[in-house]
Design a protein around this ligand. Structure first.
Ligand SMILES: O=C[C@H](O)COP(=O)(O)O
Length: 252
């Protein structure tokens, strides 16, 4: 089964509005066709409206880095998935390890967010991944299986087919220490097997799984050559236009 690759840059809490606008201007006419690859930038909510305005008519897609699980209400400081959907943003990242660690997000929150985002017609990019301690204890598979099972609870097979899952070992994020391509493939395979166990083979064949953690222009092609790796979620190497565009060279 061939799945369309998806390369997503995750800017985290970097860039001002003017820096984001300059980036979009620099890349927007050099993005490969979205028939071949989904090319996405995940940016802080404040940057999305001006970026969205500038990317109209191009193949650059956009993602929020987070959203709340309610569409409206007295939730000071939160961003509504309905507001993100109304802008025409295609994806929302949920469950990133930084959200789990610094903002105490639980598996249950992530499941509620997945449901709210899907209900608004936006695609969640659901993150999972283990700490160094869990990795060294040889418990990666059971950890990731638990996170995915909880995040997808009560979703329908069709909803799961259409979402994106990102496997990011925490010990490889921003450390320059990437999981090698075989290790990434193996754990993305665990994610796929978990989806198969819960939803069957048609769904696990369709769901797209990214690897994240120190992906760079120099190593992206090797990850993308692996059976279970359908894309990458990239932090540091997606911050500069030239490096971001170089991540897409593997499709040429
Ligand atoms: O969401 C992206 C990841 O946290 C990876 O970040 P990194 O590419 O800087 O290691």
């Amino acid at each position: 089964m061939s799945r369309k690759p998806i390369i997503a840059g995750n800017w985290k809490m970097n860039k001002t509005v003017s820096e984001a606008q300059a980036f979009v201007e620099a890349v927007k006419n050099n993005i490969p066709s979205k028939e071949l690859v989904d090319t996405v930038i995940a940016a802080p909510a404040l940057l999305l409206a001006p970026m969205n305005y500038l990317r109209q008519g191009t193949d650059l897609q956009l993602s929020a880095e987070n959203a709340y699980f309610e569409n409206a209400g007295a939730f000071t400081g939160e961003t509504s998935p309905a507001a993100i959907a109304d802008l025409g943003i295609e994806y929302i990242v949920i469950g990133h390890s930084e959200r789990r660690e610094y903002f105490h997000e639980t598996d249950e929150d992530i499941n509620k967010k997945a449901k709210a985002i899907i209900a608004n017609g936006v695609t969640p990019i659901v993150c999972c991944g283990e700490t160094l301690e869990t990795y060294e204890a040889g418990k990666t598979a059971e950890w990731v299986e638990g996170q995915i099972t909880a995040a997808l609870k009560d979703l329908t097979p069709e909803q799961v087919s259409n979402l994106v899952i990102a496997y990011e070992p925490i010990w490889a994020i921003g450390t320059g220490k990437s999981a090698d391509a075989n290790t990434a493939d193996e754990t993305c395979g665990v994610v796929r097997a978990t989806v198969e166990k819960l939803y069957g083979k048609n769904v696990s064949d369709a769901v797209r799984i990214q690897y994240g953690g120190s992906v760079k222009p120099e190593n992206v092609a090797e990850y993308m050559s692996k059976e279970n790796v359908d894309g990458a979620l990239v932090g540091g190497a997606a911050l500069e236009a030239e490096s971001f565009l170089a991540l897409l060279d593997f499709v040429k």
